[in-house]
Design a protein around this ligand. Structure first.
Ligand code: UTP
Length: 455
């Protein structure tokens, strides 16, 4: 008997005693589970390393020739014209479980700014407001949650009056879930009346955008490009005109920002080229000798790491609708509590289960004319992943503060280094344009400076 049949029989039997479990069983996509088991348990991955790959070429942060300078200027203007014409949308993936952080609630509701304690969602909302004001356009915002945090996320936005963006310009939806199995492929029960289910990875966002009607909504609004970012990076620039302009001028299906890795083994996905396509090799999969290879100028060859910031063409995402184009499943071995055959809850101390996830960057090799634009890490990336240390709330807050100091340094305000500065994201799109700091309202208290153009 094959594993799907075995699973179906066992779970159907249990489901007769529980309407909730019966509903879950009915909603389960068995053919999807079959693919996942095949890819991750029976033929044990190996999505494997691509053959004949080389470091991906990328556009440098600053132009390196007069010709490139002209291109960047043209691209910046083009990007601005796309934003102004209402062809761009913001898209946040916020369906993760944030297990490392261990915060009780959707991660987007975590307060992250040093003075006003604004949440991640508020930071993004205010940045979008600032962009809408600068370009005199509505910028719709799509937020992918999971079935586990959708209601809490929507309640948070309602309570905050959608941060002034207008409910009609926001769209919340849940991504799909996948059941966890043991290492043999047997489904696990989280309780007597529920399967152990978890979100199907950020790659689930492409299907979820389609299934939720968000792509149709975008088409109606005339959106052509979708700016993809993760909920846990407070430094992200939501719509970067240069990035969007280059992406469109090159006719790219999917473009990415890159960061220069701090060392050969930094835990970031590595951008590589295969022929005319781009893909990402995870840090754990890049062979050591490759990671250590150097250019003639002494820089490591595989230095372009991924901060998970992309722009995708709407019609590229739509190609995932038919199911013909599909992302592969990855196997994640995790500790998952489960009900054993005797009906007791077991809380394992070692990984005992497989979770099946797809990753959005696996769409890259399917994208035509892919483009990568380098980003300055200090300006664009400082994720909140861990409770303490690297990539924690503390380090991220400090990076926000440091960036604010750098931004204000140009105004000769002689701000002491010890001051804490917070800048309202509504001011971001224009803060580097304005001539005089007096255009901003300064709110000085103790050693704290909060800058905003708005009361
Ligand atoms: P991470 O890979 O950091 O996962 O997600 P996570 O669930 O947030 O945190 P840990 O690993 O449990 O500690 C990167 C981004 O992808 C989103 C997350 O919300 C975050 O913005 N994501 C992840 C989803 O939207 N869905 C998923 O199924 C997984």
């Amino acid at each position: 008997m094959d594993i799907i049949e075995k699973n179906q029989q066992r779970i159907n039997q249990l489901a007769t005693q529980s309407p909730h479990l019966a509903k879950q069983v009915q909603e389960l996509d068995w053919s999807e589970l079959e693919s996942a088991l095949e890819e991750c348990i029976f033929t044990q991955d190996e999505i494997g390393l691509p053959k004949d790959y080389r470091p991906a070429t990328y556009f440098p942060l600053l132009p390196e020739s007069a010709e490139q300078n002209d291109l960047y200027k043209k691209a910046y203007q083009h990007g601005e014209s796309l934003i102004r014409a209402g062809k761009t949308a913001a898209f946040t993936v916020a369906g993760g479980q944030g297990t490392r952080l261990g915060y009780d609630g959707p991660k987007g509701t975590l307060p992250v700014t040093p003075i006003k304690k604004k949440t991640l969602f508020q930071l993004f909302a205010e940045q979008i407001l600032g962009l809408s004001e600068k370009y005199e356009v509505t910028i719709p915002w799509y937020i992918m949650c999971s079935p586990l945090n959708l209601n809490a996320t929507v309640s948070h936005f309602k309570k905050n009056n959608f941060y002034g963006l207008g409910e009609e310009n926001l769209r919340f939806f849940a991504q799909g879930v996948m059941p966890a199995t043991d290492f043999e492929g047997n489904l696990l029960l989280a309780s007597k009346d529920s399967l152990a289910l978890s979100p199907n990875g950020h790659g689930g966002s492409l299907k979820a955008l389609i299934d939720s009607g968000s792509m149709a909504d975008m088409a109606e609004r005339g959106i052509e490009h979708v700016s993809y970012f993760q909920v846990d990076n407070p430094l992200v620039t939501i719509l970067n005109p240069l990035f969007i302009g280059l992406h469109d001028l090159q006719n790219s299906d999917m473009s990415s920002r890159s960061l220069t890795k701090t060392g050969p083994f930094e835990k970031l996905g590595n951008f590589v080229s295969i022929g005319d396509r781009v893909t990402i090799i995870e840090y754990s999969d890049l062979p050591e000798e490759k990671a250590l290879e150097k250019d003639s100028d002494g820089r490591i060859k595989y230095r372009a790491g991924s901060p998970a910031i992309h722009v995708l063409r709407r019609d590229f995402i739509e190609q995932f609708a038919s199911g013909e184009m599909k992302l592969p499943y990855h196997r994640a071995e995790k500790k998952v509590s489960f009900i054993n055959d005797k009906g007791d809850l077991v809380e394992p101390e070692e990984p005992n289960a497989v979770k099946f996830e797809t990753f959005v960057f696996d769409a890259l090799p399917m994208a035509k004319n892919p483009l990568i634009l380098e980003a300055d890490r200090r300006e664009e990336f400082s994720p909140v992943k861990n409770k303490t240390g690297v990539d924690s709330l503390e380090s991220s807050m400090e990076d926000l503060n440091k960036r604010a100091h750098r931004w204000l340094a140009q105004y000769n305000l002689s701000i002491p280094e010890s001051s804490t500065i917070e800048i309202c994201p509504r001011s971001y799109p224009s803060i580097l344009d304005i001539e005089k700091i007096d255009h901003l309202e300064r709110d000085l208290t103790k050693d704290q400076i909060y800058l905003t153009k708005h009361a």
